[in-house]
Design a protein around this ligand. Structure first.
Ligand code: PEP
Ligand code: MN
Length: 332
């Protein structure tokens, strides 16, 4: 893809692993969960304890909320960050929280383990430069009107400041469809894996805005090769001050986590069966298996799905990038 120097896929197909307090983003399947907004200490700490128990590896929560209406709840600001700090101390979960203003980056960074750039700020270039300078891990959401190429160029802004710690998060785009809050573009999972070495996350909460769609979209994302999910969970969703219709209860989240783990293990077993030839020849042939290639063409030579299990098994020939790339050059 034109103009990408640092965000583009590497010649050896290796992918970035970002270490956030021992959580290996890009190296293991990671679920980030927590409330849309930090509302109170009790709500945040109780939610943090519940998501940790269910298997989440990181806690999310907004202290600065970019809202459509200036009269809607805007977040607790510094007080919210202090609550997140308390929740981290209680659970050990690293914190993901949004920063919306260049002037806030350094002090918000003192509380956050990962700074989130929201969809509405994806192309706020001065903010991107500032978080680039901070050196903190950055979760960069896709803008709701942005192409993959624009999104990766925004990652490039951060990387160009000398900060290699960028993870991407697809959160749905605006299309003519109004049934869902946004149209969750799961095709970005293989697209990012093909075009970039950066980890790719999916946010099914903002991506659909519909509670019953969070589980199927999460499972689909996992099967499609996602590195992780960002999911909104609230201790009492009906009382939430923002996004109350899309936040899972702890019980719903626990059930989802069980299904995700079962699916992850099933997919690994499937790869093993194909690789070992245990699968009936016709089934293996139908799936185009041959050699240890995993389920993704671009994984050839990297041990497939197991590259996310920190497994260094390898084999198979790496395809020529020109053969698998299908993106047109951009017009500046
Ligand atoms: C959020 O994750 O809190 C959020 C506001 O998401 P987005 O920027 O994707 O709308
Ligand atoms: Mn939200």
């Amino acid at each position: 893809m034109k103009n990408l120097k640092l965000a583009a896929g590497r010649a050896d197909f290796s992918r970035s692993v970002i270490d956030v307090s021992g959580v290996k983003i890009g190296g293991e399947f990671v679920v980030i969960a927590g409330p849309c907004s930090v509302e109170s200490e009790e709500q945040t700490v109780r939610t943090a304890i519940a998501v940790k128990k269910a298997g989440a590896k990181m806690l999310r929560g907004g202290a600065f909320k970019p809202r459509t209406s200036p009269y809607a709840f805007q977040g607790l600001g510094l007080k919210g960050l202090k609550i997140l700090d308390k929740a981290r101390k209680e659970t050990g979960l690293p914190i993901v929280t949004e920063v919306v203003d260049t002037r806030d980056v350094s002090w918000v960074g003192e509380y956050a383990d990962v700074l989130q750039i929201g969809a509405r700020n994806m192309q706020n270039f001065s903010l991107l430069r500032e978080v680039g300078k901070s050196g903190k891990p950055i979760l960069l959401k896709r803008g709701m009107y942005s192409t993959l190429e624009e999104w990766l160029n925004c990652a490039e802004y951060i990387l160009a400041e000398g900060n290699p710690n960028v993870l991407l998060c697809e959160r749905g785009i605006r299309t003519f469809e109004t049934y869902t809050r946004n149209t969750l573009d799961l095709s970005m999972i293989p697209a990012v894996r093909k075009e970039s070495h950066l980890p790719i996350f999916i946010d099914p909460s903002h991506g659909t805005g519909i509670l019953s769609m969070i589980e199927p979209m999460s499972l689909a994302a996992l099967v499609a090769g996602v590195d992780g999910l960002e999911i909104e969970v609230h201790i009492d969703p009906s009382c939430a001050l923002s996004d109350k219709d899309q936040q899972l209860s702890p019980a719903q989240f626990e059930r989802l986590m069980k299904k995700l783990e079962a699916t992850r293990l099933f997919m690994l077993e499937l790869d093993d069966k194909i690789d070992s030839g245990e699968m009936a020849p016709t089934e293996a042939k139908d799936r185009g298996a041959g050699g240890r290639q995993g389920s993704f063409p671009e994984d050839a030579g990297r041990g497939g799905r197991k590259d996310r299990m920190v497994d260094d098994s390898s084999g198979g020939a790496a395809p020529d990038r020109s053969e698998i790339g299908h993106f047109k050059d951009s017009v500046d």
